[in-house]
Design a protein around this ligand. Structure first.
Ligand code: HOZ
Length: 429
């Protein structure tokens, strides 16, 4: 293990005693890059500081929510103001209505939306709804796709499971896992074949419209439209998991960027501005099946809580300022293109993919179109690069199979500093 600062190391030792693996979410342990994680004390804009006083430019952004950067003053003020009025009522509030209206206004396919507390809850509830609506049991997911940690979504999943090499999760009953068909991403023929084998049994196809949890992998031309057409032909619902892509690859998410409308959309991360939140929504006809209107049950004490809704509303308001997405696109492209040049100049195997404000450089010659090709990456080389750049003050997601997240707080200075650090890091490895 490379050495962490003294205070981080102390906290790490204590954490091991009381928290499994020392972390409350596995990838944070930094095991796959051979490090002890720095413990973070504070963040402002695109910069974070650890408990030993080391400063980093942050490209994790809490794994996506912080598109405005850390501790944005207007978001903080909105949360404080809301907290002063009470943190939770378990009763309807005006802010929930306003957030629901805002989401339906911005995300093209949403007619109604239900707020929950995490992306996992959103996908789990959307699948239950799809099953309740269609009266069918099977679902299709794609290898390397990650939709949170609900039973039935953990087989061949990306993100932490891909990072740790866990192909399927003990504790998920075989009967539940058996209801999930795992297919390769970006392969329409495989989906067509699954539908012809089970023409009346597939309730839904759930997909990250731009994969973000096997690293960033863009849908091939026509892929999303092809999924739409197949779901229509066989009476299944198409679910876009836009927990990462929502408000990141475009204001209206991947569905706006690619012009393909799902039946149901799962959201999270950005819509809570860094507070715990999730949402699922879609066509009114489907959403009407949810209790109390319909019989598909789903509930939550803290759902639509005042702090998350206040933060979410403020973030969405600031994202609707003209030119915001042009700025994000420019920053993301400048950093991505600069890194691509540096990798190429050093002659290292690399294959980059960028969509809007998220990208990944895979340590492989590529092309990367699915999990099988993503998995050809040299994760040892990635780990060496990771260690070399972290010690130069650049905090990337500690896994080859995650996305680099760009925020509006990443200014020209941060980009230049990052490229200079990357150049040095690449020389070292
Ligand atoms: N599932 C997240 C990455 N795609 C990790 C969340 C976390 O560790 O905070």
């Amino acid at each position: 293990m490379a050495s962490a600062g003294r205070r981080s190391q102390e906290l790490w030792n204590r954490a091991q005693q009381v928290i499994p693996g020392g972390v409350n979410s596995p990838v944070r342990a930094m095991a796959s890059v051979g490090l002890t994680p720095p413990f973070i004390k504070a963040g402002r804009g695109c910069r974070i500081e650890d408990v030993d006083g080391n400063r980093y430019i942050d490209y994790v952004g809490s794994w996506g929510p912080l598109i405005l950067g850390h501790a944005h003053p207007e978001v903080v003020a909105a949360v404080v103001k809301a907290a002063e009025r009470g943190t939770s009522f378990g009763a309807p509030t005006e802010a929930e209505v306003r957030l629901g209206e805002k989401l339906c206004e911005i995300v093209p396919s949403l007619e109604q939306v239900r707020l929950v507390n995490s992306g996992t809850e959103a996908t789990m509830s959307a699948l239950r709804l799809a099953r309740g609506f269609t009266g069918r049991d099977l679902i299709v997911k794609f290898a390397g796709g990650y939709h949170g940690h609900a039973d039935g979504l953990l087989a061949s999943a990306g993100s932490g499971l891909a990072t740790l090499g866990i192909p399927s999760c003990p504790g998920v009953p075989a009967a539940v896992a058996g209801l999930t068909l795992i297919l390769p991403y970006n392969d329409l023929e495989a989906v067509e074949e699954a539908f012809s084998r089970h023409p009346q049994e597939i309730a839904a196809v759930i997909v990250e419209p731009v994969a973000g949890n096997m690293g960033v992998v863009e849908p091939l031309e026509g892929y999303l439209a092809g999924l739409r057409a197949l779901c229509d032909s066989f009476g299944a619902l198409l679910i876009f998991d836009e927990v990462i892509t929502g408000f990141r690859v475009a204001l209206g998410g991947a569905q706006a960027r690619y012009g393909v409308m799902p039946d149901l959309t799962c959201l999270g991360k950005i819509i809570g501005g860094g507070l715990p939140v999730g949402a699922y929504g879609g066509r009114r006809e489907i959403m009407r099946k949810i209790a109390p209107v319909g019989p598909v049950y789903q509930a939550g004490t803290l759902s639509g809580n005042p702090l998350a809704t206040a933060a979410g509303l403020k973030v969405l308001e600031l994202l609707q300022i003209p030119k915001v997405y042009e700025t994000l696109e420019e920053t993301s492209a400048r950093l991505y293109n600069g890194l691509a040049k540096l990798f190429a100049a050093r002659g290292l195997p690399h294959y980059g993919q960028r969509v809007g404000a998220m990208f990944t450089f895979f340590c492989t010659e590529g092309p990367v179109t699915d999990w099988e090709s993503a998995a050809t990456s040299d994760t040892k080389l990635f780990a060496r690069f990771y260690q070399a750049i972290l010690k130069r003050g650049i905090y990337l997601a500690p896994s080859q199979f995650e996305a680099t997240m760009i925020s509006l707080a990443h200014d020209a200075e941060a980009v230049e500093q990052t490229l200079a650090a990357a150049e040095e890091a690449l020389k070292e490895i």
